[in-house]
Design a protein around this ligand. Structure first.
Ligand code: NAD
Length: 301
């Protein structure tokens, strides 16, 4: 995409700010807004044009990107009285990179179409580290022509860009992925507790199972880095994992698909949130099992 095009960025949080910074570094002109003024001030120091509302961004931008906490907020930012839809010009492309349900995206896309706005879902995986490094996996739901038009922008933000299919399919693959992530984490936690209770060292289980059929991404990514260190800062917040399981349940309900494992995992993470672990990495769920069973796994060798 032509770098003279102006990119509007709404939502400068843990993911949005580093993504917007990477666009600035790549030479794009970025107009930025967040309800948290500090975030706007910080990115303005790096060269972004500070704005006082989403609408102000929308008036001037050619392409809009949103990275917001949830679908309710995305919908208000899009169609609220001062929202993006009422302010942006026909021909604008809106790329929503938040994790939301496919049905919410389809609703927004249907409202955008008569206004001449292309609405794209492009949720991400890879966490804040991936956002900072510009190595996110991006799952895009868009028409072919729109995807080709926005691909150069996405290539600045991520390293693995997938055009999944039509609008809503990016969100769908994201919630399927995170359903699996959450269920696998819940399984890892209870399995480790049983192993230690049966007299195994955590290190022994790691060594053998990582070469056996019980291995998983969460074992690679979470066991040594968080659980064995008994340190749960950074990583992927339990609150977000819980939210994503809820999105999967919502999609299951809308599509008449039973998701019993997902429902159970949601309740397990609900208990983690109730224990005050919501802001820690999702692998902190093991601390709930430790408390119930009086078995110590964290920090274990
Ligand atoms: P965050 O809470 O750090 O950032 C969200 C930002 O949106 C905040 O700065 C907040 O002030 C701003 N905001 C809220 N309401 C607003 C409004 N009405 N107008 C403008 N700005 C508003 O969240 P995050 O971790 O950056 O996540 C953003 C999205 O990416 C979420 O949908 C999340 O599920 C998804 N996600 C996060 C991660 C991760 O590791 N953090 C990974 C993948 C996907």
């Amino acid at each position: 995409m032509n770098k003279s095009k102006k990119i509007g960025f709404i939502g400068l949080g843990a993911m949005g700010k580093p993504m917007a910074l990477n666009l600035l570094k790549a030479g794009y002109s970025v107009l930025a807004f967040d309800i948290n003024q500090n975030m706007v001030d910080e990115i303005a120091k790096q060269g972004a044009v500070p704005c006082t509302s989403s609408g102000e961004v929308a008036v001037a931008a050619d392409v809009m990107i949103t990275s917001l906490p949830n679908a309710g907020i995305v919908e208000v930012v899009m169609v609220g009285s001062e929202g993006i839809f009422s302010q942006c010009k026909a021909g604008t492309t809106i790329i929503d990179m938040s994790s939301v349900s496919p049905s919410s995206t389809l609703k927004m896309a249907a409202l955008a179409k008569p206004l001449g706005i292309d609405y794209v879902d492009a949720p991400v995986s890879g966490g804040t580290k991936g956002a900072e490094a510009g190595t996110l996996t991006i799952m895009v739901g868009a028409d072919d022509a729109v995807f080709e038009q926005i691909k150069p922008i996405l290539e600045v933000i991520g390293s693995d860009i997938y055009h999944v299919g039509a609008t809503g399919t990016g969100d769908a693959v994201k919630i399927v992925n995170n359903l699996m992530l959450g269920c696998n984490m819940a399984i890892l936690a209870e399995a480790l507790i049983l192993g230690v209770k049966c007299g195994l060292k955590v290190e022994t289980m790691q060594q053998i199972i990582s070469k056996s059929s019980g291995r998983s991404y969460v074992m690679d990514a979470k066991l040594e880095k968080f659980i064995m260190k008994d340190s749960f800062e950074g990583g992927f917040a339990m609150d977000l994992q819980h939210k994503d399981l809820g999105l999967a349940l919502e999609a299951g309900k809308e599509n008449n698909i039973p998701l019993p494992m997902t429902a159970l995992a949601t309740q397990i993470f609900e208990s983690g949130k109730a224990s005050g672990l919501g802001r820690e990495d999702m692998s902190a769920i093991i601390k709930v099992w430790e408390k119930i069973t009086n078995v110590k796994v964290t920090g274990g060798e």
